[in-house]
Design a binder for this molecule. Structure first.
Ligand SMILES: *Cc1c(COP(=O)(O)O)cnc(C)c1O
Length: 404
Protein backbone atom coordinates (compact mmCIF):
# COMPACT_ATOMS: atom_id res chain seq x y z
CA UNK A 1 0.00 0.00 0.00
CA UNK A 2 1.25 3.46 -0.95
CA UNK A 3 0.90 6.65 1.06
CA UNK A 4 -0.68 9.17 0.94
CA UNK A 5 -4.15 7.65 0.56
CA UNK A 6 -6.78 9.52 -1.43
CA UNK A 7 -10.16 9.26 0.24
CA UNK A 8 -11.76 12.52 -0.86
CA UNK A 9 -13.55 11.34 -4.00
CA UNK A 10 -16.47 13.78 -3.58
CA UNK A 11 -14.08 16.68 -4.20
CA UNK A 12 -12.59 15.22 -7.33
CA UNK A 13 -11.34 11.92 -8.72
CA UNK A 14 -8.20 10.92 -10.57
CA UNK A 15 -8.57 10.49 -14.33
CA UNK A 16 -8.94 6.83 -15.21
CA UNK A 17 -5.89 5.86 -17.33
CA UNK A 18 -8.31 4.57 -19.99
CA UNK A 19 -9.82 8.06 -20.16
CA UNK A 20 -6.38 9.61 -20.66
CA UNK A 21 -5.63 7.13 -23.45
CA UNK A 22 -8.85 8.05 -25.22
CA UNK A 23 -8.07 11.77 -24.95
CA UNK A 24 -4.44 11.79 -26.09
CA UNK A 25 -4.90 11.60 -29.89
CA UNK A 26 -7.23 14.61 -29.72
CA UNK A 27 -4.41 16.88 -28.52
CA UNK A 28 -2.08 16.10 -31.40
CA UNK A 29 -3.23 14.25 -34.55
CA UNK A 30 -6.95 14.87 -34.18
CA UNK A 31 -6.67 18.49 -33.10
CA UNK A 32 -9.35 19.92 -35.40
CA UNK A 33 -12.08 22.36 -34.44
CA UNK A 34 -15.31 20.39 -34.14
CA UNK A 35 -17.11 23.36 -35.72
CA UNK A 36 -14.92 23.33 -38.87
CA UNK A 37 -17.24 21.92 -41.49
CA UNK A 38 -14.96 22.09 -44.54
CA UNK A 39 -12.17 19.60 -43.92
CA UNK A 40 -11.32 16.24 -42.48
CA UNK A 41 -9.64 17.71 -39.38
CA UNK A 42 -12.96 19.24 -38.39
CA UNK A 43 -14.93 16.14 -39.29
CA UNK A 44 -12.64 13.94 -37.20
CA UNK A 45 -13.00 16.20 -34.16
CA UNK A 46 -16.76 16.37 -34.67
CA UNK A 47 -16.91 12.59 -34.86
CA UNK A 48 -15.16 12.37 -31.47
CA UNK A 49 -17.60 14.87 -29.97
CA UNK A 50 -20.62 13.08 -31.46
CA UNK A 51 -19.52 9.74 -30.02
CA UNK A 52 -19.02 11.28 -26.56
CA UNK A 53 -22.37 13.04 -26.71
CA UNK A 54 -24.06 9.72 -27.55
CA UNK A 55 -22.45 7.88 -24.64
CA UNK A 56 -23.35 10.67 -22.23
CA UNK A 57 -26.96 10.91 -23.44
CA UNK A 58 -27.37 7.12 -23.34
CA UNK A 59 -26.33 6.84 -19.68
CA UNK A 60 -29.03 9.28 -18.56
CA UNK A 61 -31.66 8.11 -21.10
CA UNK A 62 -31.62 11.39 -23.00
CA UNK A 63 -31.24 12.29 -26.66
CA UNK A 64 -27.78 13.42 -27.82
CA UNK A 65 -29.29 16.74 -28.92
CA UNK A 66 -30.28 17.42 -25.32
CA UNK A 67 -26.67 17.55 -24.04
CA UNK A 68 -25.07 21.00 -23.76
CA UNK A 69 -21.35 20.95 -22.93
CA UNK A 70 -20.12 23.43 -20.32
CA UNK A 71 -16.94 23.94 -18.30
CA UNK A 72 -18.34 21.94 -15.39
CA UNK A 73 -21.29 21.58 -13.05
CA UNK A 74 -20.83 25.07 -11.61
CA UNK A 75 -21.45 26.55 -15.03
CA UNK A 76 -24.28 24.08 -15.73
CA UNK A 77 -26.02 25.09 -12.48
CA UNK A 78 -25.59 28.79 -13.28
CA UNK A 79 -26.85 28.31 -16.83
CA UNK A 80 -29.89 26.37 -15.63
CA UNK A 81 -30.93 28.84 -12.93
CA UNK A 82 -30.03 32.11 -14.64
CA UNK A 83 -30.97 30.90 -18.11
CA UNK A 84 -34.45 29.79 -17.06
CA UNK A 85 -35.14 32.85 -14.91
CA UNK A 86 -34.13 35.18 -17.75
CA UNK A 87 -36.08 33.28 -20.40
CA UNK A 88 -39.28 32.84 -18.39
CA UNK A 89 -39.37 36.19 -16.57
CA UNK A 90 -42.70 37.08 -18.18
CA UNK A 91 -44.18 33.96 -16.60
CA UNK A 92 -43.01 34.48 -13.03
CA UNK A 93 -40.21 35.34 -10.65
CA UNK A 94 -40.13 32.59 -8.05
CA UNK A 95 -37.58 29.78 -7.67
CA UNK A 96 -37.69 26.89 -5.19
CA UNK A 97 -34.55 25.13 -3.99
CA UNK A 98 -33.23 23.61 -0.75
CA UNK A 99 -30.89 24.87 1.94
CA UNK A 100 -28.39 22.06 1.34
CA UNK A 101 -27.63 22.54 -2.36
CA UNK A 102 -24.07 22.86 -3.60
CA UNK A 103 -22.67 26.40 -3.50
CA UNK A 104 -23.01 26.60 -7.29
CA UNK A 105 -26.81 26.53 -6.89
CA UNK A 106 -27.06 28.47 -3.61
CA UNK A 107 -24.83 31.27 -4.85
CA UNK A 108 -26.55 31.46 -8.24
CA UNK A 109 -29.87 31.70 -6.38
CA UNK A 110 -28.43 34.44 -4.14
CA UNK A 111 -27.29 36.37 -7.22
CA UNK A 112 -30.81 36.09 -8.65
CA UNK A 113 -32.29 37.34 -5.36
CA UNK A 114 -30.18 40.50 -5.70
CA UNK A 115 -31.95 41.07 -9.01
CA UNK A 116 -35.38 40.81 -7.43
CA UNK A 117 -36.10 37.11 -7.94
CA UNK A 118 -37.85 35.45 -4.99
CA UNK A 119 -36.19 32.24 -3.80
CA UNK A 120 -37.60 29.71 -1.33
CA UNK A 121 -34.93 27.61 0.41
CA UNK A 122 -36.75 24.51 1.65
CA UNK A 123 -35.57 22.82 4.85
CA UNK A 124 -34.48 19.18 5.01
CA UNK A 125 -35.11 16.54 7.68
CA UNK A 126 -32.40 15.25 9.98
CA UNK A 127 -31.23 12.77 7.35
CA UNK A 128 -30.90 15.54 4.79
CA UNK A 129 -33.99 14.80 2.70
CA UNK A 130 -36.49 17.35 1.45
CA UNK A 131 -40.19 16.52 1.86
CA UNK A 132 -41.97 16.45 -1.53
CA UNK A 133 -45.06 17.89 0.18
CA UNK A 134 -43.02 20.94 1.15
CA UNK A 135 -42.10 21.34 -2.52
CA UNK A 136 -45.76 21.10 -3.51
CA UNK A 137 -46.83 23.62 -0.88
CA UNK A 138 -44.14 26.10 -1.88
CA UNK A 139 -45.30 26.30 -5.50
CA UNK A 140 -47.20 29.48 -6.41
CA UNK A 141 -48.52 30.70 -9.76
CA UNK A 142 -45.27 32.71 -10.03
CA UNK A 143 -42.97 29.68 -9.64
CA UNK A 144 -40.89 29.11 -12.78
CA UNK A 145 -38.19 26.72 -11.53
CA UNK A 146 -37.51 24.07 -8.92
CA UNK A 147 -33.84 23.18 -8.39
CA UNK A 148 -33.05 20.22 -6.13
CA UNK A 149 -29.93 18.09 -6.17
CA UNK A 150 -29.95 14.33 -6.67
CA UNK A 151 -27.36 13.43 -4.04
CA UNK A 152 -25.66 15.73 -1.57
CA UNK A 153 -21.90 16.21 -1.90
CA UNK A 154 -21.24 16.25 1.86
CA UNK A 155 -23.56 13.64 3.32
CA UNK A 156 -24.44 11.64 0.22
CA UNK A 157 -28.19 11.73 0.97
CA UNK A 158 -30.31 10.99 -2.10
CA UNK A 159 -33.45 13.13 -2.50
CA UNK A 160 -36.81 11.68 -3.68
CA UNK A 161 -36.30 13.25 -7.11
CA UNK A 162 -38.84 11.16 -9.06
CA UNK A 163 -41.59 12.17 -6.62
CA UNK A 164 -40.66 15.84 -6.92
CA UNK A 165 -40.50 15.45 -10.71
CA UNK A 166 -44.11 14.28 -10.72
CA UNK A 167 -45.20 17.30 -8.69
CA UNK A 168 -43.30 19.67 -10.98
CA UNK A 169 -44.92 18.13 -14.05
CA UNK A 170 -48.37 18.24 -12.51
CA UNK A 171 -47.94 21.94 -11.70
CA UNK A 172 -46.25 22.80 -14.99
CA UNK A 173 -43.05 24.06 -13.33
CA UNK A 174 -39.60 23.38 -14.81
CA UNK A 175 -37.39 21.11 -12.71
CA UNK A 176 -33.61 21.33 -12.57
CA UNK A 177 -31.52 18.71 -10.77
CA UNK A 178 -27.84 19.00 -9.86
CA UNK A 179 -26.96 15.32 -10.33
CA UNK A 180 -23.19 15.82 -10.17
CA UNK A 181 -22.64 13.34 -7.34
CA UNK A 182 -25.10 10.78 -8.66
CA UNK A 183 -24.43 10.40 -12.38
CA UNK A 184 -22.07 7.50 -13.01
CA UNK A 185 -22.49 6.12 -9.49
CA UNK A 186 -26.20 5.33 -9.28
CA UNK A 187 -28.69 4.79 -12.13
CA UNK A 188 -29.98 8.12 -13.43
CA UNK A 189 -32.85 8.27 -15.94
CA UNK A 190 -34.12 11.75 -16.82
CA UNK A 191 -37.46 10.30 -17.94
CA UNK A 192 -38.06 8.38 -14.72
CA UNK A 193 -36.88 11.27 -12.58
CA UNK A 194 -39.02 13.73 -14.51
CA UNK A 195 -36.29 16.35 -14.68
CA UNK A 196 -36.15 19.02 -17.39
CA UNK A 197 -32.61 20.21 -16.77
CA UNK A 198 -29.74 18.29 -15.16
CA UNK A 199 -26.15 19.26 -14.29
CA UNK A 200 -23.16 16.95 -14.03
CA UNK A 201 -19.40 17.00 -14.51
CA UNK A 202 -16.56 14.76 -15.67
CA UNK A 203 -14.03 15.19 -12.88
CA UNK A 204 -16.21 13.54 -10.23
CA UNK A 205 -16.40 10.35 -12.31
CA UNK A 206 -12.76 9.73 -13.29
CA UNK A 207 -12.84 12.14 -16.23
CA UNK A 208 -10.90 15.38 -16.77
CA UNK A 209 -11.48 18.68 -14.96
CA UNK A 210 -13.00 21.56 -16.91
CA UNK A 211 -15.80 19.80 -18.75
CA UNK A 212 -19.39 19.28 -17.70
CA UNK A 213 -22.84 19.09 -19.19
CA UNK A 214 -26.32 20.42 -18.83
CA UNK A 215 -29.13 18.17 -19.99
CA UNK A 216 -31.86 20.37 -21.50
CA UNK A 217 -35.18 18.65 -22.32
CA UNK A 218 -36.34 19.14 -25.91
CA UNK A 219 -39.78 17.55 -25.77
CA UNK A 220 -42.70 17.76 -23.32
CA UNK A 221 -41.78 20.39 -22.45
CA UNK A 222 -39.22 21.96 -24.77
CA UNK A 223 -37.05 23.97 -22.40
CA UNK A 224 -35.66 27.27 -23.61
CA UNK A 225 -32.68 28.96 -22.01
CA UNK A 226 -31.19 32.42 -22.26
CA UNK A 227 -27.46 31.85 -22.86
CA UNK A 228 -24.88 33.30 -20.49
CA UNK A 229 -22.15 33.26 -23.14
CA UNK A 230 -22.81 34.63 -26.61
CA UNK A 231 -20.60 33.83 -29.56
CA UNK A 232 -20.57 31.44 -32.46
CA UNK A 233 -23.85 29.77 -31.55
CA UNK A 234 -22.31 26.45 -30.48
CA UNK A 235 -24.35 23.97 -28.45
CA UNK A 236 -27.60 25.08 -30.09
CA UNK A 237 -26.93 28.67 -29.11
CA UNK A 238 -27.05 27.89 -25.40
CA UNK A 239 -23.32 27.90 -24.78
CA UNK A 240 -21.02 29.42 -27.38
CA UNK A 241 -17.30 28.71 -27.55
CA UNK A 242 -15.05 26.21 -29.32
CA UNK A 243 -15.53 22.81 -27.73
CA UNK A 244 -12.50 21.44 -25.83
CA UNK A 245 -12.54 18.26 -27.92
CA UNK A 246 -10.02 16.24 -25.83
CA UNK A 247 -12.01 16.98 -22.67
CA UNK A 248 -15.31 16.13 -24.35
CA UNK A 249 -13.85 12.83 -25.57
CA UNK A 250 -12.51 12.11 -22.07
CA UNK A 251 -15.91 12.90 -20.54
CA UNK A 252 -17.55 10.49 -23.00
CA UNK A 253 -15.04 7.75 -22.19
CA UNK A 254 -15.48 8.29 -18.44
CA UNK A 255 -19.25 7.96 -18.82
CA UNK A 256 -18.86 4.87 -21.00
CA UNK A 257 -16.72 3.23 -18.30
CA UNK A 258 -19.22 4.15 -15.59
CA UNK A 259 -22.05 2.65 -17.66
CA UNK A 260 -20.12 -0.61 -18.03
CA UNK A 261 -18.82 -0.85 -14.49
CA UNK A 262 -21.52 0.73 -12.34
CA UNK A 263 -23.30 -2.49 -11.29
CA UNK A 264 -20.09 -4.07 -10.02
CA UNK A 265 -18.44 -0.85 -8.87
CA UNK A 266 -21.35 0.40 -6.77
CA UNK A 267 -21.48 -2.92 -4.91
CA UNK A 268 -17.74 -2.85 -4.29
CA UNK A 269 -17.56 0.79 -3.13
CA UNK A 270 -20.59 0.28 -0.89
CA UNK A 271 -18.99 -2.79 0.71
CA UNK A 272 -15.81 -0.80 1.40
CA UNK A 273 -17.85 2.11 2.74
CA UNK A 274 -19.83 -0.21 5.03
CA UNK A 275 -16.64 -1.78 6.30
CA UNK A 276 -15.20 1.68 7.02
CA UNK A 277 -18.41 2.73 8.75
CA UNK A 278 -18.63 -0.41 10.91
CA UNK A 279 -14.89 -0.49 11.56
CA UNK A 280 -15.10 2.96 13.11
CA UNK A 281 -18.62 3.10 14.55
CA UNK A 282 -18.75 -0.38 16.10
CA UNK A 283 -15.71 0.21 18.26
CA UNK A 284 -15.87 3.91 19.14
CA UNK A 285 -18.25 5.72 21.42
CA UNK A 286 -19.77 9.14 20.73
CA UNK A 287 -19.54 8.92 16.97
CA UNK A 288 -22.54 9.95 14.87
CA UNK A 289 -23.46 9.24 11.28
CA UNK A 290 -24.50 12.29 9.27
CA UNK A 291 -26.89 11.71 6.40
CA UNK A 292 -29.41 9.04 5.53
CA UNK A 293 -28.65 5.51 6.80
CA UNK A 294 -29.66 3.85 3.51
CA UNK A 295 -30.70 6.45 0.90
CA UNK A 296 -27.11 7.46 0.44
CA UNK A 297 -24.40 7.35 -2.23
CA UNK A 298 -22.52 4.04 -2.15
CA UNK A 299 -19.11 5.63 -1.52
CA UNK A 300 -20.14 8.26 1.00
CA UNK A 301 -19.49 8.28 4.74
CA UNK A 302 -19.81 11.37 6.94
CA UNK A 303 -19.19 10.96 10.67
CA UNK A 304 -19.01 13.37 13.59
CA UNK A 305 -16.45 12.46 16.26
CA UNK A 306 -17.69 14.21 19.42
CA UNK A 307 -15.10 16.13 21.49
CA UNK A 308 -12.70 16.23 18.58
CA UNK A 309 -12.16 19.17 16.26
CA UNK A 310 -12.35 18.02 12.64
CA UNK A 311 -9.48 20.19 11.48
CA UNK A 312 -7.26 18.92 14.30
CA UNK A 313 -8.18 15.36 13.40
CA UNK A 314 -7.21 15.90 9.76
CA UNK A 315 -3.86 17.26 10.96
CA UNK A 316 -3.40 14.03 12.90
CA UNK A 317 -3.95 11.85 9.85
CA UNK A 318 -2.10 13.88 7.23
CA UNK A 319 -1.31 10.81 5.12
CA UNK A 320 -5.02 10.33 4.39
CA UNK A 321 -6.80 12.87 2.18
CA UNK A 322 -10.21 13.64 3.74
CA UNK A 323 -12.52 16.62 4.20
CA UNK A 324 -13.85 18.11 7.41
CA UNK A 325 -17.19 19.78 8.00
CA UNK A 326 -15.48 23.05 8.66
CA UNK A 327 -12.85 23.09 5.96
CA UNK A 328 -14.90 22.73 2.84
CA UNK A 329 -17.02 25.81 3.39
CA UNK A 330 -13.89 27.99 3.19
CA UNK A 331 -11.20 29.74 5.13
CA UNK A 332 -13.68 31.23 7.59
CA UNK A 333 -14.04 27.97 9.55
CA UNK A 334 -17.81 28.25 9.54
CA UNK A 335 -19.27 24.85 10.29
CA UNK A 336 -20.83 23.16 7.27
CA UNK A 337 -24.18 24.76 6.36
CA UNK A 338 -25.34 21.35 5.15
CA UNK A 339 -24.83 19.75 8.57
CA UNK A 340 -26.38 22.77 10.30
CA UNK A 341 -29.46 22.36 8.06
CA UNK A 342 -29.85 18.77 9.35
CA UNK A 343 -29.98 20.18 12.86
CA UNK A 344 -26.47 19.03 13.77
CA UNK A 345 -25.13 21.32 16.50
CA UNK A 346 -22.19 23.57 15.84
CA UNK A 347 -19.83 21.40 17.91
CA UNK A 348 -20.69 18.16 16.12
CA UNK A 349 -20.62 19.93 12.75
CA UNK A 350 -17.06 21.05 13.52
CA UNK A 351 -16.27 17.44 14.49
CA UNK A 352 -17.34 15.93 11.19
CA UNK A 353 -15.22 14.14 8.64
CA UNK A 354 -16.27 13.18 5.13
CA UNK A 355 -14.84 9.99 3.66
CA UNK A 356 -15.21 9.44 -0.08
CA UNK A 357 -14.59 5.90 -1.32
CA UNK A 358 -13.91 5.65 -5.04
CA UNK A 359 -13.02 3.35 -7.92
CA UNK A 360 -9.38 3.09 -6.88
CA UNK A 361 -9.87 2.69 -3.12
CA UNK A 362 -8.50 -0.64 -1.87
CA UNK A 363 -9.50 -2.79 1.14
CA UNK A 364 -6.00 -2.25 2.57
CA UNK A 365 -6.51 1.51 2.46
CA UNK A 366 -9.81 1.14 4.27
CA UNK A 367 -8.26 -1.01 7.03
CA UNK A 368 -5.40 1.46 7.41
CA UNK A 369 -7.86 4.35 7.64
CA UNK A 370 -9.97 2.63 10.30
CA UNK A 371 -6.90 2.00 12.42
CA UNK A 372 -5.53 5.52 12.03
CA UNK A 373 -8.85 7.24 12.70
CA UNK A 374 -9.41 5.29 15.92
CA UNK A 375 -5.91 6.08 17.17
CA UNK A 376 -6.06 9.75 16.19
CA UNK A 377 -9.50 10.28 17.76
CA UNK A 378 -8.48 8.53 20.96
CA UNK A 379 -5.31 10.58 21.13
CA UNK A 380 -7.19 13.88 20.75
CA UNK A 381 -9.84 12.86 23.25
CA UNK A 382 -7.20 11.96 25.83
CA UNK A 383 -6.05 15.56 25.66
CA UNK A 384 -9.55 17.00 25.80
CA UNK A 385 -10.75 18.34 29.19
CA UNK A 386 -14.31 18.36 27.83
CA UNK A 387 -14.15 14.67 27.03
CA UNK A 388 -12.72 14.04 30.48
CA UNK A 389 -15.61 15.89 32.12
CA UNK A 390 -18.19 14.14 29.96
CA UNK A 391 -16.73 10.75 30.89
CA UNK A 392 -17.00 11.68 34.56
CA UNK A 393 -20.70 12.13 33.98
CA UNK A 394 -20.80 15.92 34.05
CA UNK A 395 -23.50 17.28 31.78
CA UNK A 396 -21.59 19.90 29.82
CA UNK A 397 -24.78 21.82 29.09
CA UNK A 398 -25.19 22.61 32.78
CA UNK A 399 -21.65 23.86 33.29
CA UNK A 400 -21.37 27.56 34.13
CA UNK A 401 -18.40 28.70 32.09
CA UNK A 402 -16.61 31.81 33.36
CA UNK A 403 -17.15 34.78 31.09
CA UNK A 404 -14.36 37.31 30.77
C1 LIG B 1 -18.49 19.21 -7.54
C2 LIG B 1 -19.88 19.67 -7.57
C3 LIG B 1 -20.27 20.78 -8.33
C4 LIG B 1 -19.29 21.64 -9.08
O1 LIG B 1 -18.76 20.96 -10.18
P1 LIG B 1 -17.54 21.56 -11.01
O2 LIG B 1 -17.50 20.74 -12.24
O3 LIG B 1 -16.35 21.41 -10.15
O4 LIG B 1 -17.86 23.00 -11.30
C5 LIG B 1 -21.61 21.11 -8.35
N1 LIG B 1 -22.52 20.39 -7.68
C6 LIG B 1 -22.19 19.33 -6.93
C7 LIG B 1 -23.25 18.57 -6.21
C8 LIG B 1 -20.87 18.93 -6.86
O5 LIG B 1 -20.54 17.87 -6.10
Amino acid sequence: MKLPIYMDNHSTTPCDPRVVDAMLPYFTEKFGNAASRNHSFGWEAEEGVDQARKHIAALIHADAKEIVFTSGATESDNLALKGVVEMYKEKGDHVITTSTEHRAVIDAAKALEKKGVKVTYLPVDKTGRVDPDDVRNAITDKTILISIMLANNEIGTIHPIAEIGKIAKEKGVLFHCDATQGVGKIPVDVQELGVDLMSFTAHKIYGPKGIGALYVRRKAPRVRLAPMIDGGGHERGMRSGTLPVPLVVGFGKAIELCAQEMPEESVRTKALRDRLQDGIMDVMEEVYLNGHPTERLPGNLNISFAYVEGEALLMGVKEIALSSGSACTSATLEPSYVLRALGVGSDLAHSSIRFGIGRFTTPEEVEYTIDRMIKAVNHLREMSPLYEMAKEGIDLKTVQWAVH
